[in-house]
Design a protein around this ligand. Structure first.
Ligand code: CP3
Length: 343
């Protein structure tokens, strides 16, 4: 892919960026999805009295929250603290994040007029996002990971107006009104693409595209109705890309075709993915449930994952989904120490 030649030469040389480029280092790099957030008492203290989206759009606060898990755990990367709907908020869309629920929109999208209105909102720029990422890049000696929500996951929220289990409304729209679906998904790809681009311009070294809900789709639907738009979103990235979804076992080949590193959830062993998709760097896939297990159990699980990851050209150790809010943060610190050979 020609975009590789545009990777800036002066980006961090680090275990994480190397792995994302398919280069295996002396040990696996490690970070955790949702490492910034409710599992940390210092996060809960800082967030008091501030809504989630307010916190995302206060540069000093968003930067501080991004850096907290790096200081505490010594992870190899800092995932930017924000949300998949932050760019929508910046673009003027009526969205809020309800604690314990997730993103909730003022209106759901059901008619062509709703889509006309939606696509009139553009993300030009966000000084807040830019400044927050810049602070982290300047202060940290590990790479900053930017991220965005994949068009389908965003559309699933937008069409329902709130989180849903099976995304029926979105899945109906794609077939009942293909033209509206195309407009909605093209728009969502561009807004997420621009969000990624802003983070990269501010210094993010790697970006991850989350398609959390793609697992509810058949392979055929995914290929026809989703993949072209995820491709479009990722085309904005000029740094290595990671693509992750949950329950996506049947879709992994297609997802891998549009990114540099394939994120694997906890349901599929890494060595089986490496066999299916040879030559692909992989990220994953500690079962978040085992963070609450005795250390001896967790240690064995991590050993197995690192071993299985050797079947891929490079491996970034992570969870198979986000850190549960009830996690004892000391367990995460211990995992990092273990991986670094410090235990
Ligand atoms: O990984 C990180 O540490 C970076 C920050 C991050 C957040 N959200 C912060 C957040 C990232 C990468 C996300 C992505 C995100 N947001 C996804 C994709 C990843 C995934 O988990 O599948 C999705 C689907 C969302 C939408 C969303 N935002 C949900 C479902 C929730 C949880 C609602 C709840 O309270 O249980 C949010 C809110 C959210 N985003 C929180 C955080 C830390 C919790 C808000 C709080 O602390 O008050």
């Amino acid at each position: 892919m020609e975009k590789r030649s545009t990777w800036p030469d002066n980006r961090d040389v680090s275990l994480l960026v190397d792995a994302a480029r398919g280069i295996r280092g002396e040990r696996v790099p490690v970070w955790f999805m949702r490492q910034a957030g409710r599992s940390l008492p210092e996060y809960r203290a800082l967030r008091e009295g501030t809504t989630m989206l307010e916190a995302c759009l206060r540069p000093e606060m968003a930067a501080e929250i991004t850096m907290q898990p790096v200081r505490r755990h010594g992870v190899d990367g800092a995932v930017f603290f924000s949300d998949i709907v932050t760019p929508l908020k910046v673009a003027g869309i009526d969205v809020d994040i309800k604690p314990g629920v997730g993103p909730v929109f003022g209106t759901s999208i059901s008619s062509k007029a709703d889509i006309d209105n939606l696509v009139s909102h553009r993300l030009e720029d966000s000084q807040e996002i830019r400044d927050a990422v810049k602070i982290c890049v300047e202060e940290l000696d590990v790479p900053v990971l930017g991220f965005g929500g994949a068009p389908f996951t965003l559309a699933a929220y937008l069409v329902e107006g709130k989180p849903s289990r099976d995304h029926l409304a979105a899945r109906a729209l794609m077939y009942s009104d293909p033209e509206s679906w195309d407009r909605l998904m093209t728009w969502a790809a561009d807004i997420t693409g621009r969000f990624l681009e802003i983070q990269i311009e501010a210094g993010a070294s790697v970006v991850q595209l989350f398609d959390s809900w793609a697992g509810s789709l058949s392979l055929k639907t995914y290929e026809e109705k989703v993949l072209p738009y995820s491709t479009r979103a990722l085309s904005y990235a000029t740094v290595p890309t990671i693509h992750f979804g949950t329950g996506t076992s049947t879709l992994l080949g297609q997802m891998a075709s549009i990114c540099d590193v394939l994120g694997v959830d906890y349901r599929v062993p890494l060595d089986s993915v490496a066999k299916r998709i040879p030559g692909k760097p992989l990220q994953g896939n500690i079962d978040p449930a085992l963070l609450a297990a005795p250390w001896s159990v967790l240690e064995k699980h991590i050993d197995e994952i690192i071993e299985a990851g050797k079947a891929a050209p490079a491996h970034i150790l992570n969870l198979g989904h986000g850190v549960p809010p009830t996690t004892d943060p000391e367990v995460l610190t211990k995992i990092v120490s273990y991986v670094k050979g410090e235990l």
